[in-house]
Design a protein around this ligand. Structure first.
Ligand SMILES: [Zn+2]
Length: 371
């Protein structure tokens, strides 16, 4: 059996944040807004105005910090003690990856719908039903699943274009992996995030997303953080959120994302953004796939052009040695996505591939300011 999932509605374009009242009121009237405390002051007045026009009753919670079980419990208690109690129809999660994930966690606890409003394109969390929980040391402890994808995603590209460039670089890293991971999963008819076989439609979306990213990343990045969105930026955001997000969820993941299980155990690497980690993981996956030197060189040149790390050293890790490779390899091999690969991998296979990526990456000193 295959399962194909997606958000019920996806909105993208300059200024579409102002549709928030209409969109949310079509889902429910009692609303908890979980907003990144950095971006909330920039949007709060518009939010109040649009919610008032749609007669929405809202509790607004600013959020900063990490997505841990402790944070999720504290926020749930705050909502239950607040004006709406447990009578919440919808959680609106506004922010980058962490606020989106903690908003999903809150909706999971409250048993209501979720609407995501990404303010940066740093990963594909806004469209997916998954969220990632860390411990107090930022070690990944759980990938949790909602029963449904977000009811709506509101991607206002005026807002997203104002986010720091490094966030979009990470988003490109998260998007570039999907076609290769979905292809591996499809080849072995592995399990997707729905626990069933991959859908051909999702594979097609992931492949289309890869082409868009390769064709438009540099031009789209040129305006990131400095100017209104251009056409390339719009395409890039759609490729990241829609093609990459839906592509991985119903198409499946493989080695690139499995590696985050191991990478998050190395403190210096754990601090790097998810997109940088999986982009590195993709280089390891492509090496394990036996891709030609020309293919790998082309991919490294692309990474260098956009500011993605081509090795653990360029990711900022100073202790690159076999001991660290072993620390990373163990949990990576134990991750379920590792089964979505055309051969069974050993620790030696993975360590050898990491060594080769490290050696080749030396020639591509990625600009550290982008990481
Ligand atoms: Zn990802």
């Amino acid at each position: 059996m295959i399962i194909f999932g997606s958000p019920s509605r996806y909105y993208q374009g300059p200024g579409c944040f102002d549709r928030i009242g209409d969109i949310v009121s079509g889902i429910g009237k009692r609303v908890v807004v979980l907003a990144d405390s950095f971006v909330l002051p920039m949007l709060e007045e518009r939010l109040h105005r649009r919610f008032a026009q749609s007669a929405l009753e809202a509790q607004i919670l600013p959020f900063s910090g990490d997505v841990t079980h402790g944070t999720i419990a504290t926020l749930t208690a705050e909502v239950e003690a607040g004006p709406l109690g447990r009578q919440v129809d919808v959680v609106v999660a506004i922010g980058g990856g962490k606020a989106i994930d903690v908003g999903k966690a809150l909706c999971h606890k409250l048993g209501c719908a979720v609407v995501t409003v990404p303010t940066a394109a740093a990963n594909d969390a806004p469209t997916s039903k998954n969220y990632v929980v860390y411990d107090d040391h930022h070690v990944l402890v759980e990938v949790a699943h909602l029963s449904e994808n977000p009811k709506a995603v509101i991607a206002d590209t005026d807002i997203i274009a104002g986010a720091p460039r490094a966030l979009l670089v990470a988003g490109i890293g998260d998007a570039v992996t999907k076609a290769f991971e979905a292809a591996q999963c499809y080849a072995v008819q592995g399990k997707t995030m729905f626990g069933e076989k991959p859908s051909l439609s999702a594979l097609a979306l992931a492949e289309a997303g890869y082409r868009v990213v390769r064709d438009h990343a540099v031009e789209g990045l040129a305006i990131a953080g400095t100017a209104p969105p251009n056409a390339a930026f719009e395409k890039l955001v759609e490729a990241l959120f829609v093609m990459g997000g839906i592509g991985f969820e119903s198409g499946g993941l493989s080695i690139a994302h499995a590696m985050t299980r191991g990478l998050s155990l190395v403190p210096e690497v754990a601090m790097a953004m998810h997109g940088q980690q999986v982009a590195y993981g993709l280089l390891v996956q492509l090496t394990l796939e036996g891709r030609s030197e020309d293919f790998l060189a082309d991919m490294r040149a692309f990474y260098d052009a956009v500011g993605l790390a081509t090795s653990l050293s360029t990711l900022g890790f100073s202790g690159v040695e076999d001991g660290a490779f072993r620390v990373i390899a163990g949990p990576t091999l134990a991750a379920p996505h590792t089964k979505n690969f055309t051969r069974t991998l050993s620790e030696a296979d993975l360590i050898d591939a990491m060594r080769r990526v490290e050696a080749a990456g030396v020639n591509f000193p990625t600009r550290t300011g982008d990481i």
